[in-house]
Design a protein around this ligand. Sequence first.
Ligand SMILES: Cc1cc2nc3c(=O)[nH]c(=O)nc-3n(C[C@H](O)[C@H](O)[C@H](O)COP(=O)(O)OP(=O)(O)OC[C@H]3O[C@@H](n4cnc5c(N)ncnc54)[C@H](O)[C@@H]3O)c2cc1C
Length: 441
Amino acid sequence: MKIIKHSGWGRTHSSISKCYEIDEFNQSLISENQSGLAIGLGRSYGDTCVNSEGIYFRMKKLNRIEIDAERMIATCSADVTIGDLERASISNNLFPITVPGTEFVTIGGAIASNIHGKSHHQAGSFGKSLIEIKLLKSNSELITLYPVGETAEYFWATVGGLGLTGIIVEATIKLQKIENAYVEIAEERAKNFDELIDLLNDFDKRFLYTVAWIDLSGNFSGRGLVTGGNHASQKVISQSKIKNPNNFIEPKNLKIPDVFPEGFMNWFTIKVFNFIWFKKPIKREIQHLQHFLHPLDNVLNWNRIYGPTGFIQFQFSVPDHNLYFIKKVLELMRKYRIASFLGVLKKFGDGDRSLLGFPNPGWTLAVDVPANRSDFINEISSLMDELAQIGGRVYLSKDTILNVNQFRRMYPEYNRFIEQKKELDPLDFWKSDQGRRLALC
Ligand SMILES: Cc1cc2nc3c(=O)[nH]c(=O)nc-3n(C[C@H](O)[C@H](O)[C@H](O)COP(=O)(O)OP(=O)(O)OC[C@H]3O[C@@H](n4cnc5c(N)ncnc54)[C@H](O)[C@@H]3O)c2cc1C
């Protein structure tokens, strides 16, 4: 057992609590403590991975990855990071089907958030590539869950279940075949929001990986860059000068010190960054898959640049015909002079059976907001009823603002989730600050 300070990536919520390794889990810990929560690498943003009224459980660093190259599957302990799974897969000419924007996410965290990636329009969320999950219940029973059949309801409550059904200890994951570790990428600039949407729709037809970056400087018209990527063929690789097409990238250790004052990321600095980024030369090139998929991973702890008060990442989705809501948010950012370091737009494909899963067909926008801008955050919070009304929702792994009523309207399967949680965790031991806020535990 260790005493740790654990916080979400936005550094807005944290707690100092006891943290046990899974091997230390036993029934006396359950009777002695009010609640527990499994945690990964703290890459969820707000209070999703914080349990200020109880204890934490963390997987021992087992890093167990077994790849069955013939069946194109990997069985991993839940502590394995997406990056480690990528590296082990690449050596076998395989790659995970869904990965998030950073490699520093554990398999447990990826399942508990049912993460989505740049391939969502074709591949769906992480849950879609899962074959089975091993879950440790609060009564110490280890159960195996499958996406179909008798255990399917438990499975789809655990996928996207924010750690509230138990501790995920292992998972078996489908992989995709790749010829090498490179992608051919293309980029195009869009002058305004409507052009950006048209381009992204067009890129979605041509590329497996797509994303748009919105320029949040200037007049917030929605101008930006659309990027698409497809796995490179061996032919393309042989024409290029790449010597080792199956190399993989080790994680970087470049850390930035925690010395940034509040307000360092201000209207001016962020506008300059956005302006330069928008004007940068358009790329048409071959890039390493891991560089392309995790562009922010060159610097660890980049969340420190927002200073000690931190930031929230506001990510929401709207159905296809309600793009007006995204324009409204951009307009509000202009009005309040909220310059976001990152504005990311993506079109989702089909949703899945995950009871609290985020992606649904439509569009999603993610923007960073300094946590000290309560004026803007209050205004956004006042729009949450409207967002629920038009069929939109906030990504729970980044949420800090929803109230119970708004959450229930956005996630109408919440009742079925609570029923499954009661069956899997009759003592109601697994809790988080977010779970309490949203009346999930
Ligand atoms: C730079 C960056 C980019 C990101 N890009 C994306 C993206 O493209 N798509 C996307 O969907 N998300 C993205 N995220 C969010 C991130 O993928 C999720 O929040 C993910 O859940 C974080 O995993 P973690 O291992 O850090 O877990 P934590 O943040 O520590 O925990 C997150 C949740 O998982 C639960 N959990 C963790 N381990 C276990 C376990 N073993 N058993 C049960 N529950 C567990 C926790 O209880 C908690 O509810 C990004 C985050 C960052 C910082």
